[in-house]
Design a protein around this ligand. Structure first.
Ligand SMILES: Cc1cc2nc3c(=O)[nH]c(=O)nc-3n(C[C@H](O)[C@H](O)[C@H](O)COP(=O)(O)O)c2cc1C
Ligand SMILES: Nc1ccn([C@@H]2O[C@H](COP(=O)(O)OP(=O)(O)O)[C@@H](O)[C@H]2O)c(=O)n1
Ligand SMILES: [Mg+2]
Length: 235
């Protein structure tokens, strides 16, 4: 198995070297490394340690400068990015069971949210199942790369089912709502919101849509590009 780093593949053996280097501080700046002590730390031969460093350099995960009795090694942005991906996975596994913490930026969407949210077939269900009449629209949040991946964890939370319905002209798809709290970077929170995942949507998984009884932009003073955290829970 391997993970992509740039054009070359970095295997889990190399990832272990990357982690070892970062534990020595190589993600913050140059550290002096010898292949022999690296090999001893990892339980492999000096030659194997040397080969793995070469693979990491080829994949542009580290930069290094050889000196007489060893080398100075530093993690690159690509290398740090690979470790962060691992970190996010472990966070998803061990932290905050039953809730998700997502991060992203406020964006303007296609202006369709308003139309759908106010349709009578949905409006009635929101009032009955969520306990409020939503502000007409959806607050769109473009998720960071890590949060886009973590978003799939929402499927394991308990959601409120909004069922499909139809009028004389067409059918409308169902949706799932999850209770959510939105926090702006100045620490203010909006508590009474829901992430809404329509079964049919024109957005990809990087786009999160939120409904609430109030206009959240006004409540939290949010403009396009502002960062927010969205804490999603089970219903
Ligand atoms: C409650 C609700 C129901 C929706 N139902 C449908 C649907 O039946 N068919 C469809 O193509 N899109 C549906 N959508 C998704 C919209 O087409 C669109 O992807 C999205 O909501 C646009 O949001 P934006 O204007 O904020 O960018 C629905 C959206 C919401 C909020
Ligand atoms: N609870 C809500 C719902 C929408 N909104 C905003 O209200 C406007 C109308 O929502 P919309 O979904 O029709 O429009 P876009 O998200 O496509 O821009 C947008 O500016 C949303 O960001 C909000 O601030 N709070
Ligand atoms: Mg919207």
């Amino acid at each position: 198995m391997s993970v992509d780093a740039g054009t070359l593949a970095v295997g889990f053996d190399e990832l272990a070297v990357l982690k070892r280097l970062a534990l020595d501080g190589a993600h913050r700046g140059e550290v002096k490394v010898s292949c022999r002590s690296l090999g001893e730390d990892l339980g492999v031969s000096t030659q194997t340690a040397s080969r793995r460093l070469q693979a990491l350099e080829d994949a542009e995960c580290i930069s290094r400068e050889k000196v007489g009795d060893g080398q100075f090694v530093e993690l690159t942005e690509t290398g740090i990015g690979l470790l962060k991906r691992e970190y996010e996975d472990y966070r998803a596994i061990f932290e905050q069971k039953g809730s998700l913490s997502l991060a992203g930026t406020i964006t303007t969407g296609m202006g369709e949210g308003r139309h759908y949210v106010t349709l009578p077939g949905y409006k009635v269900q929101f009032e009955e199942k969520l306990g409020y009449d939503p502000y007409p629209g959806t607050l769109n949040v473009t998720l960071s790369a890590a949060s886009k991946r973590e978003r799939s964890g929402m499927a394991s939370l308990e959601g409120v089912d909004i069922t499909a319905w139809e009028d004389e002209e067409r059918t409308y798809g169902g949706a799932t709502c999850y209770p959510a709290v939105i926090e702006s970077t100045d620490g203010h929170t909006f508590e009474r919101a829901h992430v809404i995942e329509p079964d049919r949507t024109h957005h990809d998984t990087a786009e999160l849509e939120i409904i609430a009884p109030e206009r959240v932009r006004d409540e939290l003073g949010l403009l396009d590009g502002d960062e927010v955290s969205v804490y999603v829970e089970s219903a």
